[in-house]
Design a protein around this ligand. Structure first.
Ligand code: GTP
Ligand code: PEP
Length: 228
């Protein structure tokens, strides 16, 4: 079930005949999200988690070549705020963690954009620049075995983006050490230089300082200002 895309008669919007990218972003319930920020952010942690998602979705929606941004979440407040930006909010029905949420969101994206290429994108990229995201999406090979490609995060151990061609399965394997898992699973690694905003996910206070140095979006800037 979705919170904002099911029409009053209970049906889904008609599938787009062709299209640009469908991006699927996972977001944990805010009360649980970004637990590693707790020592740094204290009572502001949930607000920061929401702010990261709002900035990530804003940039993703502004990215050339992106047709739709879906957010998979079980959090009603986050769902409401992200839907107001223009995201399609998909309820995290599986409730089985990050990869189950992404598989669920990918299946929904395929129903509303069956011919669109698809990518999972982390929702904790508060410095995300639309032009850098467009370069990453433009570097995804159109064919190749399995039709999947990924971008490693700044530390080089995780993944911030996993893409797949219209006919391919996403098969997400996010979580600690996911760069090696995605590579071992046959996904092509995108090795573009100079896309720091797409790689800079924020898990810790140190990550946030680095994102602030890159330049974050307005929601995170305001939330971070409340920390001092
Ligand atoms: N829908 C959904 N999203 C998730 C889930 N677990 C993680 N995510 C999201 O996946 C992305 C990457 O996850 P993490 O970087 O580990 O974020 P996190 O789980 O909030 O951070 P920690 O609590 O510090 O582990 C973030 O956008 C999270 O909000 C989940 O169970 N369901
Ligand atoms: C979810 C991931 O990692 P982190 O929890 O470090 O953001 C990942 O890199 O797949």
């Amino acid at each position: 079930m979705t919170q904002d895309t099911v029409r009053p008669d209970g049906t889904l919007p008609p599938p787009a005949p062709t299209g640009g990218w469908s991006l699927v972003l996972p977001l944990k319930p805010l009360g649980l999200a970004k637990s590693r920020l707790a020592p740094f952010a204290g009572p502001h942690r949930a607000d920061l988690a929401l702010s990261f998602a709002l900035d990530t979705v804003t940039a993703a929606l502004a990215c050339p070549g992106v047709s739709r941004v879906l957010v998979v979440t079980g959090d009603p407040l986050a769902g409401e705020r992200l839907a107001a930006l223009g995201a399609v909010v998909v309820t995290d029905e599986p409730g089985g963690g990050l990869n189950a949420a992404l598989t669920h969101g990918a299946a929904y994206a395929r129903r509303i954009g069956p011919h669109a290429p698809l990518a999972a994108l982390s929702a904790d990229l508060p410095a995300l620049r639309p032009a850098e995201l467009a370069r990453v999406l433009g570097a995804v090979p159109t064919g190749g075995p399995g039709g999947r490609a990924f971008l490693a995060d700044s530390p080089g151990l995780g993944t911030t983006l996993l893409a797949c061609a219209p006919g391919a399965r996403l098969a997400p394997a996010f979580g600690e050490g996911s760069r090696a898992r995605h590579a071992a699973g046959g996904a092509h690694e995108i090795t573009l230089p100079d896309v720091p905003s797409v790689r800079r996910d924020v898990d810790t206070g140190k990550d946030l300082v680095q994102a602030l140095a890159l330049g974050v979006g307005p929601y995170t800037a305001a939330a971070a200002a409340a920390l001092v």
